[in-house]
Design a protein around this ligand. Sequence first.
Ligand code: URP
Ligand code: ZN
Ligand code: ZN
Ligand code: ZN
Length: 458
Amino acid sequence: MAILLKSGRVITADSDSICDILVQDEAIAAIGRNLPMPENVQVIDCAGKLIVPGGIDPHVHLSMPFMGTFSSDTYETGTRAALHGGTTTVIDFILQKQGNSLRAAFEEWSGRASGTAVGDYSFHMAVTDFNPNTQLEIEDMVNEGITSFKTFMAYKGALMIDDAQMVGLMQEVKKHGGLVTAHATNGDMIDTLIAQHRAQGKLSPLYHYLSQPEVTEAEASGRFADIANYTGVNAYIVHLTCQGALNQVRRATERNQRVLVETCIQYLVLDASLYENEAEGAKWVMSPPLREKKDQATLWAGINQGLVNVVGTDHCPFMWEQKLLGKDDFSKIPNGHPAVEHRMELLFSEGVSKGRITPQKFVEVTSTNAGKIFGLFPRKGTISIGADADLVVIDPEKQHTISAATHHMNVDYSGYEGWELTGKIETVLLRGQVAIEAGEARVGPGYGQFIKRGKTAF
Ligand code: URP
Ligand code: ZN
Ligand code: ZN
Ligand code: ZN
């Protein structure tokens, strides 16, 4: 059956007008004022509402093996929660096991996602062991639609690669037109600070924060940008949090290099004072850690300056019981934060409703830029004829409150408990199907598809 979204304020990255959208099968068939109504059409009245493209969160970790445990959202629960929050596509990270092939990791991750995802998904490949065999697999992965390659400059012994591997990987990815992304923090320096704090008996969550000072991120961001500039590869820094790191990106622009930047919603709205809460600080133990108010101000400005291109989540939830693995030692707290469900509503409320960003900027950083950077556009990331009908209807005035009691993520606490937001996601379409309506999911496990990606077009 066709669906007509009637009289909404339709926002894209470059337009803002009141019109109708006709959806047929999986795609957008027509956009215009007073569209003729076909027979057998379901009408959704969008008067007074905003319609934006389905969100793309390019940074999630579902069922990820990490720090001796697994992140607690599966593809089913994680993509369903994402849909509740208007995110119709997520890009998850496959982790190569050191000593094993990229292909083996791809098969393992596909096995977990296929037939279980509710929303659409794609993969980045985290290269944790770049060697001559891995080098030969880069082209294969690009042909599978995995065009972005993630590096960790921290987590030594598990995920980190050194600069020699970084150069080699960048040269190979450049040959095949892909993108290299980085968790850009100085792993050796962080490990030293962690060891010093532990030796001094400083074991509370505050010392997680104090073991990753701003310089550890600024240094690695600058180094990553420099190596990328030398190799000429397209470069993207994930979860950038602070002034020092963004200044390195700004410096790169002076030599006409563009380094793409993602921040995450938590770095815009939460700050490091939360670590002073010794009993609950583990809720916000993530890497990099939350920063200061001055860094939040830099990130909001960076969005409007066009230096921060994407707002993701780094969604990596752990149950409270899992967080308690580190109750006596901050270095054993599984790192990560649940946010995939609230990224868009938090950014709408704190950004658009409070006048920090325009509705069009909101669309850019929640959907369009990620679509272009990660090779999903124009199928995803915008509202245009022929695009996937991934559409989100927002009531811009509606107030609501975040709580673990009502969220859909598989995690038993919220980092935003009791937060009151203005602007609520009411209806979500994914490839032409009503996926969320009246707070209920209308599609189930297996509806979500693996989306092959093309090359960066940003
Ligand atoms: O704390 C975090 N960010 N956990 C997930 C892994 C990563 O570094 O992105
Ligand atoms: Zn090659
Ligand atoms: Zn990371
Ligand atoms: Zn991450």
